[in-house]
Design a protein around this ligand. Sequence first.
Ligand code: KG4
Ligand code: ZN
Length: 343
Amino acid sequence: MIVESAPVDESTVILAIETSCDETAAALLMGSGDVLSSVVSSQVDLHARFGGVVPEIASRTHLEQLNPVIAQAIVEAGIDETRIDAVAATVGPGLIGALLVGVCAAKALALTWEVPFVGVNHMEAHLYAALLEDPTLEFPLVVALVSGGHTMLVEMQGHGRYRLLGQTIDDAAGEAFDKVARFLGLGYPGGPAIDDVATRGDPEAIAFPRAMRNEGLDFSFSGLKTSVINHVRKHPDVGTADVAASFQAAVVDVLVTKARRAAALVGAKGVALGGGVAANSRLRAELRAACEDDGIRCFLPSRAMCTDNAAMIASAAWYRLRSDGPTPLDVGADPNLKLPLLP
Ligand code: KG4
Ligand code: ZN
């Protein structure tokens, strides 16, 4: 059964749910950009002692946390649930057990309230995070999506119109931060730990390799991780802060060089960052400087909008509901869902 949607406009209220990885989140959005509430319950402390996300723990914790998180989002929005016009959830990509918790909850609520269900692609939602915080951003926009699972340069030509310009051929940038931090004994998640330690080190102390820096728009980070390990094994007295700072400088150099190249190639009006690694202080500073040099806009979302949240899911859902209508209830969760690209 598909519940037909009322016209989608700036008064449409969407409840969105995000459970693709280790954040349990719910948000209410009115129209394309008015965030009424956004609640995120992070499980990071539960997974930290295992050095990474444990899928089984993630699914169980979503089950425990989701109802209270949804209830809190509705209370904080200050509206009655009868005002909700559609219920959206991330359908992929992500951990299958984790995704299923949010998808089942969203479908159940949509059926109960007799409103449309909207299945959302998590990567598309990350693209919308920047636009949600700054609706004045213009297309074509290059979004550098850098998280624990993805490193992509995407050209947003318009709503729902994406071209993949480049991506990692091995490790994601965040994965490299996490693996190097683990090797250096800095704990999990590694990105914030390296960012912090690097402030006390010299980014030029060690000339780590910049793989594929001078050609194309794809990335490779696994060789860099191996270089760090080899360097530390060969020089056991090297300072951790210098290693962290030099590693971070290598990752950021490649990311900024390629984002800039991508923007020039497509004649982008600006570059936006997205994903957890977008919180990195050196990446933010270097990208801002590069965009200033090139005379294009640079958009650096807030930390809350870089990491997983349900407000960005609601925003992507609003545009999808407007363009495609409700999602059939037999659409399932897909752990490998791809970003819908232009042919
Ligand atoms: O987008 P996200 O919250 O989750 C997904 O991967 O979907 O990104 C998490 C990643 C982790 O790899 C984490 O180490 C990295 O983002 N990260 C950072 C920083 N904060 C988080 N990496 C570098 N510098 C940071 N300040
Ligand atoms: Zn994400």
